[in-house]
Design a protein around this ligand. Structure first.
Ligand code: NAI
Length: 407
């Protein structure tokens, strides 16, 4: 009989001070070997620490390169307890049969709340009043200070965060319009705008919630800023490269727009010891924050739970739902005592060969699911007869097999 690795025997290593509720959830779920390491590690130390790990939990500072992955044959999954996954070589992980998970939605509310707060502060000209008070000046003038009630917020990118901003904005009496490249269902009384320029002309508060990619680079530039009302304000808590900072700097200094709140920048310091450099420093009508739109205790707690649950589901049942680099198989209750997870190159005949091997061993397939994505396929097969060493050796030895495990 093949030496069955019980799923609660899997070692899970959590690095970089991941919220304690991740380890707590995994322990509650019966995983008995959960280790926590408070920092990121160098490649050599990482390889050493993960030699027996089936799963690793990381944040943004741990780099999982192809070289590191090559030295970790036991590693079955990487869980990023954050939104970004560019610290992991996703393709290399995929081609080694390792699904990567993250927490795309856990901090949505935190970003949306900050945006509403910034809208209120900017329309009231609080950043300027605050800066003046710090300098000993007492400016009680109401000119140019507005309530947000009945003002228009224009949301660029009506996805998870943008839509949530719209809901919160309506709850404080704002009118909501949005522009999205996709056809999005409006929530509440939100109105879709046919063009970005139409939104810019209409809105009192313009807020960006698009992904950072080539198509969104500098979508707010000199021409677009010129479309905005002089009394309007701009908020960017999406990605640093969507606003052309030099153009924004000019627009703010020349009072072409009334203010801005910027949380993300084209170049951000790598750590707290590096100086933050930006032409916007020192402008009284600008709120600058160090990429903390989603950084709240609640978001960290949510991330801890959301990602730990993904590790548990994968190790227990092979579920890859919402993996960022892998064919997705949603949760399937086990239909039989044994489940085989077969990850293979996406080429013709692999499933036929695998099933022929099952038949030759007299295994009856109780349930089977296959999903493919570009280069790889992922097949989950439930069988009711114990799996033999010979069968696993055969499946693992097939040239198309990337990885084969069973639960
Ligand atoms: P999402 O993927 O749910 O929504 C993005 C939306 O933008 C989609 O509806 C998409 O169709 C739309 N879009 C794409 N290109 C567009 C374009 N050129 N014009 C108009 N709409 C366009 O993303 P989610 O979760 O709402 O995140 C939005 C942004 O917020 C991302 O860039 C994300 O990285 C960033 N973010 C920032 C945080 C912070 O700490 N400041 C925290 C969390 C997310």
């Amino acid at each position: 009989m093949f030496n069955l690795m019980k799923s609660n025997m899997n070692q899970i290593v959590l690095l970089e001070k991941i919220h304690g509720n991740a380890a707590a959830l995994l322990t509650e779920q019966g995983f008995t070997d959960v280790r926590e390491i408070g920092s990121a590690l160098s490649d050599a130390d990482l390889i050493d620490a993960l030699q027996h790990a089936s799963a690793v939990g990381i944040r943004s500072r741990t780099h999982m390169s192809a070289t590191v992955l090559d030295a970790l044959p036991n590693l079955r999954t990487i869980a990023c307890f954050c939104i970004g996954t560019n610290q992991v070589d996703l393709h290399a992980a995929c081609m080694r049969g390792i699904p990567v998970f993250n927490a795309p939605f856990s901090n949505t509310r935190s970003v949306a709340e900050l945006v509403i707060a910034q809208a209120i502060l900017l329309l009231r000209r609080i950043p300027e009043k605050n800066a003046m008070a710090h300098r000993g000046q007492w400016d009680k003038d109401a000119q140019g200070a507005y309530e947000v009630r009945n003002k228009v917020v224009g949301i660029i990118g009506y996805g998870n965060i943008g839509a949530q901003v719209g809901i919160l904005a309506e709850s404080v009496g704002m009118r909501v319009c949005y522009f999205d490249v996709d056809n999005k269902l409006p929530l509440g009384n939100a109105q879709s705008m046919s063009t970005l320029d139409a939104l810019l002309r209409h809105a009192d508060v313009v807020t960006l919630h698009v992904p950072g990619e080539a198509a969104t680079e500098n979508i707010i530039n000199q021409e677009r800023l010129a479309c905005m009302k002089p009394s309007a304000v701009l908020i960017n808590a999406s990605r640093g490269n969507v606003v052309e900072i030099a153009a924004l700097d000019v627009a703010l200094r020349q009072k072409k727009i009334a203010g801005a709140a910027i949380d993300v920048f084209p170049t951000e310091p790598g750590n707290q010891h590096e100086e933050f450099i930006s032409p916007l420093r020192g402008l009284d009508n600008v709120i600058l924050t160090p990429h903390i739109g989603g950084s709240t205790e609640e978001a960290q707690e949510n991330i801890g739970r959301e990602v730990a649950d993904k590790i548990a589901r994968f190790l227990r049942a092979g579920t890859t739902r919402s993996a960022v680099n892998f064919p997705e198989i949603a949760y399937l209750p086990k239909h039989a005592r044994h489940r085989i997870l077969h990850i293979h190159r996406n080429e013709p005949g692999v499933i036929a060969q695998m099933n022929a091997a099952f038949a030759a061993e007299g295994l009856n397939i109780v349930a089977q699911q296959l999903q493919t994505q570009a280069d790889i396929g992922y097949a989950m097969t439930d069988v009711d007869t114990p799996i033999t060493d010979a069968l696993m050796t055969q499946l693992r030895g097939s040239p198309a097999t990337i990885r084969c495990d069973y639960l």
